[in-house]
Design a protein around this ligand. Structure first.
Ligand SMILES: Cc1cc2nc3c(=O)[nH]c(=O)nc-3n(C[C@H](O)[C@H](O)[C@H](O)COP(=O)(O)OP(=O)(O)OC[C@H]3O[C@@H](n4cnc5c(N)ncnc54)[C@H](O)[C@@H]3O)c2cc1C
Length: 401
């Protein structure tokens, strides 16, 4: 293998390049990214970038000197527009670049309320430029409406509150964070948002947005009007796969991979937010996840599998996610999506610090901790060791005593 191209110059792409070199690849390595900035980390965009005057350069994932040590041909500000798997070529800036190995790490973009594109003051949050625009909006606005009570929406709400804004969250489902954590934990989390003086409107969505040069407010599907000078839309992300339309790769809400992250063609792997791949730890269930840890783990595995396909390994990892909502920290390990029962194992849901356990059969499938970092470590270890539900209940009793 003489030449490898990595498309997508963010977390997964950069980590893939680092891992390829670490695994001993000495050939030509090209990293292509359509953003102009040096690769940067996204989690701070909805946290410290909004709550402070943090310099975007602090988020850079890899320093200039580390980049030059990697010996990359780094192409920034250019999009890969097509992939020809028969000729092993990626089109970048109108030019075809040949590869022997390809890693696709094109991630996802924020889903928009496209009906209202013409109105100013409506933002999504995916890039550093989005974060700077929202930060500037927060500095000059007294009221903010956030559409979507997922992780990013809740984090932006916490930041807006910290900046002294009046904050309303509009969420179409019955509870915040419901898609990732279920209704019971979502309800408990709703209490926390409300106690932070956030106006939470559940079971409604945005019917209309008012304003012209700048947003003035929204009408909800229940007829209520909420005034707002800033509207932040956090309704999920769409994988960046359009450039693969003619490639023949299987795409279905992400690039469909096998458990080695191979995208169905020899020498082509997909990683990070764009990859829809089985995780052996989840019993082989296929998921596209949008989490930092998955992107870094995928990068390490795909680099190894691409270089030594004859001894390929499967993706096999206990999922892990964190989210900082102002002063509050959520941590999640294991499977909190497919479960038979969820129970508050430790503390009370009203205490704004609790551990929720997710039971699947007799096993502890997953755990979610709110403001309980030390206990979380113990439950996470239990999950990694295939602990039973009884073990989890026992651990909770031990921690309470
Ligand atoms: C605001 C925010 C907060 C987050 N907070 C957390 C958190 O607290 N905890 C957590 O676990 N995860 C968090 N995440 C998720 C985490 O950041 C992502 O999982 C991670 O960024 C995925 O990395 P990636 O490289 O796969 O994709 P991305 O980061 O999306 O990068 C893909 C890159 O490829 C580029 N690209 C796309 N198409 C092309 C093309 N055709 N040609 C060239 N380049 C292309 C994109 O512009 C982008 O630069 C957060 C994400 C966001 C947006």
């Amino acid at each position: 293998m003489k030449k490898i191209i990595v498309v997508g110059a963010s977390l997964a792409g950069v980590r893939a390049c680092q891992n390829l070199r670490r695994e001993g690849f000495e050939g030509d390595l090209t990293l292509v990214g359509d953003e102009k900035h040096l690769p940067y980390d996204r989690p701070p965009l909805s946290k410290t970038m909004l709550t402070s005057d943090q310099d975007p350069l602090d988020l850079t994932l890899v320093s200039n000197s580390d980049l030059s040590e990697l010996g990359l041909d780094l192409i920034l500000g250019e999009q890969a527009t097509a992939l020809n798997t028969e000729r092993s070529e990626v089109t970048v800036g109108g030019e075809e670049i040949r590869y022997d190995g390809l890693i696709i790490a094109t991630g996802a973009r924020a889903r928009k309320l496209s009906k209202f594109d013409d109105i100013g003051g409506i933002h999504t949050l995916r890039t550093v430029d989005d974060a700077l625009a929202i930060r500037s909006g927060l500095q000059s606005s007294s009221s903010v409406v956030i559409v979507g009570a997922g992780f990013i929406g809740s984090e932006v709400a916490a930041a807006a509150k910290q900046r002294g804004c009046q904050v309303t969250i509009v969420e179409a489902t019955e509870a915040p964070l419901v898609r990732g954590l279920g209704v019971k934990v979502g309800d408990a989390y709703a209490n926390l948002l409300r106690s932070n003086d956030i106006d939470l409107r559940l079971g409604v969505s945005v019917e209309d947005v008012h304003g012209d040069e700048n947003v003035e407010g929204v009408t909800l599907t229940d007829g209520a009007f909420v005034s707002a000078e800033l509207l932040v839309v956090g309704i999920g992300a769409v994988p960046n796969t359009e450039w693969l339309t003619t490639s023949g790769l299987s795409v279905d809400d992400g690039i469909v991979c096998d458990e080695t992250l191979n995208a169905g063609v020899r020498g082509i792997y997909a990683i990070g937010d764009v990859a829809k791949a089985p995780n052996r730890w989840l019993g082989g269930r296929i998921r596209r996840t949008e989490h930092w840890t998955t992107a870094t783990e995928h990068a390490a595995l795909a680099a190894k599998n691409l270089l030594t396909p004859e001894s390929s390994n499967s993706y096999n990892s206990v999922p892990f996610i964190w989210s900082d909502q102002g002063e509050d920290r959520i941590q999640i390990a294991g499977d909190t999506i497919d479960f038979d029962e969820v129970a508050i194992l430790s503390a009370s849901a009203d205490d704004q610090a609790f551990i929720a356990g997710y039971r699947h059969g007799d096993s502890l499938a997953g755990v979610m901790a709110l403001n309980s970092m030390r206990s979380f470590v113990k439950f996470r270890r239990l999950i990694a060791g295939n602990g039973s539900w009884q073990d989890a209940v026992g651990l909770a009793e031990e921690l309470q005593s």
